[in-house]
Design a protein around this ligand. Structure first.
Ligand code: PBG
Length: 325
């Protein structure tokens, strides 16, 4: 054939493929989500094979392993005892609570570790919603006042980044003001900018026992049908002072990641959530899929779509592979 242009020339060997590769993953891209509870023992999480609810001691050790693999950041998700859950979610700003104690323990053991915390009420709220509930309604402004106390509490304990995952309107500006007033102007805000009302969070809610007791999260989390609205949320978060913007889930929302990447100069994060993790884990368990290959491909897709930062339960496994390459 008379074919002067042959695209396959750029794929002819591993060396050439490496030379022309457009997207590179590295361990430093990852944030490892860690579950913790107020118990002495580590507990396997049934709904998320391979994940653990850590004791404080286990948590510190796990974070150390992540650091050694080149993962510089973790995000904390507490399983709170039922007895501490209230209508007002007051436990979320208890300075002696589980999360502040965990932040301190992590920072003592690993001063260089970036500790990110989740700002939302669902683990603490007896209703299981991210905000305060009154007559079935999720209150916006009243919730924000509590979120501000939560963020200041985490910052006081030594958190580096607070990550509001609640989707209340105006929370980024309010958090920024509350943090600054308390002298925490160095604490960053990683906003869950486009967090969708997704069924892919199921295994996570199982891990924390944090599923809503009634109703769903559709009056605050976004409609999976909407992309323009993600840009609207982005513009608001930028104006309100977010340092990092996030899309969640990641895999089914690659177009949204790409859209945010095109519309902002801020770093874009993406959260490969529990259901995405579980799909790969369970399809690989019987050998139907090659877990390592599919895991790496899913992460590459998220990075290629435009994510600078990836929150993933696969962080350690992926970092191990990348370091061996
Ligand atoms: C709640 C929160 C959720 C996740 C992170 N923070 C669940 C929810 O919104 O119901 C989900 C993470 C995952 O599924 O891996 N504030």
């Amino acid at each position: 054939m008379d074919l002067p242009i042959r695209a396959r020339r750029n794929r002819k060997s591993a060396g050439v493929r490496a030379l022309v590769r457009e997207t590179l993953l590295c361990p430093g891209d990852f944030v490892l989500p860690l579950f913790l509870h107020d118990k002495e023992v580590d507990e396997a999480i049934e709904s998320m094979p391979g994940c653990t609810r850590w004791s404080l001691e286990g948590l510190v050790k796990e974070a150390g392993e992540a650091l050694a693999l080149g993962i510089s950041s973790v995000v904390l998700f507490p399983a709170i005892e039922e007895g501490l859950k209230t209508k007002g979610a007051e436990e979320c700003y208890n300075s002696q609570g589980l999360v502040p104690r965990a932040i301190k323990a992590l920072k003592v053991a690993h001063p260089e570790l970036i500790v990110m915390t989740d700002i939302a009420l669902d683990p603490y709220n007896e209703d299981g919603h991210d905000g305060l509930v009154e007559n079935g309604e999720i209150l916006n402004d009243e919730t924000i006042a509590v979120l501000c106390q939560q963020a200041v509490c985490h910052a006081g304990a030594g958190a580096d980044i607070v990550a509001p995952s609640d989707m209340m309107d105006g929370r980024v500006a309010a958090l920024r003001e509350a943090l600054d007033e308390a002298g925490h102007e160095k604490i960053s805000i990683c906003s869950y900018t486009a967090k969708y009302a997704s069924a892919f969070y199921g295994p996570f809610r199982g891990a924390l026992g944090s599923a809503p007791k009634a109703g769903d999260k559709k009056t605050y989390q976004m409609d999976p049908a909407n992309k323009r609205e993600a840009v609207r949320e982005l513009l608001l978060d930028e104006e309100e002072g977010a340092d990092i913007v996030m899309v969640k889930p990641a895999g089914p929302y690659l177009d949204v990641i790409s859209e945010l990447r095109d519309h902002t100069t801020l770093p874009v994060a993406a959260y490969q959530v529990s259901g995405e993790y579980l799909m790969i884990k369970s399809a690989s368990a019987d050998g139907w899929l090659n877990e390592e290959a599919v895991m790496m491909e899913s992460l590459m897709g998220i990075k290629r779509a435009g994510a600078d930062i990836i929150l993933t339960y696969f962080a350690k496994d992926a970092a191990r592979i990348l370091r061996a390459e």
